[in-house]
Design a protein around this ligand. Structure first.
Ligand code: PAF
Length: 299
């Protein structure tokens, strides 16, 4: 444990960052977890925390004690992705966790999470893992579901909170929990945005001030599509494409309009518009995603 371990029994007030218990080994986690009484909410993260994570933690505090995991999961990064340069900011992360009301942090290294090396047995996300984001990032969702499953087993929360920003991830986690009868309730939390509309993301810290207007193409495409939802699928996709066309510096990686449960193409009713774009950063490509709910009319 890196910091002191005051009793973690159902804390109603926030702990100063210096007093937040931080378990790094499995043994420390078991010891600190045993001190928690009452309902436990879990927020899983890869660190580089921002106020979007803060909103998840704050939401979870309405339910009970909040545990946060901080772990950059190698399994969900593909070759050529940003695993090595993914921001690691543990000190600032712990401050944010404490401010938002967390009462225990689990921040293991890869050898603690994967003591036998890269796992031979992994969670198969099914067809939903190969479509949309999964088509651009093969193996990504198997890596996500495997670590989510392991973290749930290690921390044993009553509820786990995930942001709607990673909508496909949230959908696949809900499906895993339902299909495998896992004893936890999954809560989706709306995307937290900067005042200009940019969805908060750990990768936003790669953006320079000059990138920002281009990055806003994503939320602008979503707004343009939502505005014409009553006119049907093609109207939404055309409006989103037109919004992207105003930002030639952004490479549109994905534009999908899907059923929120099956993730198949949506033609009417409640739907999800999903976008992904790539900007050229100083240290490599910056891939951003965003999405919104809308109700499609029939054209
Ligand atoms: O959304 C994330 O930050 C990660 O995919 C998660 C759920 C923490 C698993 O590594």
């Amino acid at each position: 444990m890196t910091t002191l371990g005051t009793s973690a029994k159902r804390r109603s007030s926030k702990l100063p960052a210096g007093q937040l218990p931080v378990a790094q080994s499995r043994e420390e986690l078991v010891r600190e977890r045993a001190k928690l009484r009452g309902p436990i909410g879990l927020v899983m993260t890869m660190g580089a925390l921002h106020d979007g994570h803060g909103s998840l933690i704050r939401e979870a505090t309405k339910f009970g004690n909040v545990m946060v995991t901080i772990f950059v999961n190698p399994l969900q990064f593909g070759a050529g992705e940003d695993l090595d340069r993914y921001p690691r900011t543990l000190g600032a992360d712990l401050e944010l966790c404490a401010r938002a009301g967390a009462c225990l942090v689990f921040a293991p290294t890869p050898d603690v999470v994967y003591p036998n090396g890269s796992p031979l047995v992994r969670i198969d996300p099914g067809p939903g893992g190969a479509m949309l984001e999964g088509a651009s990032r093969p193996g990504h969702f198997a890596g996500v579901l495997t670590v989510v499953n392991k973290m749930l087993n290690l921390t044993r929360p009553d509820r786990a909170y995930f942001g709607e920003k990673d909508f496909q991830q949230l959908t696949l986690i809900e499906r895993m929990v339902a299909d495998l009868d896992m004893p936890v309730t999954i809560e989706g939390v709306p995307t937290w945005r900067d005042p200009d509309g940019l969805a908060m993301s750990s990768r936003n810290r790669y953006l320079s001030a000059g990138h920002r207007p281009t990055a806003l193409a994503l939320s602008q495409a979503l707004a343009a599509g939502s505005k014409v939802a009553a006119h049907g699928r093609e109207a939404v996709l055309d409006a989103a494409r037109a919004a992207f066309a105003a930002h030639p510096d952004l490479k549109v990686d994905r534009l999908d309009l899907v059923d929120p449960v099956t993730l198949e193409d949506a033609t009417s009713g409640p739907s999800r518009l999903l976008v992904a774009g790539i900007l050229t950063g100083q240290t490599g490509p910056i891939r951003l995603i965003d999405n919104t709910a809308l109700t499609l009319g029939v054209a």
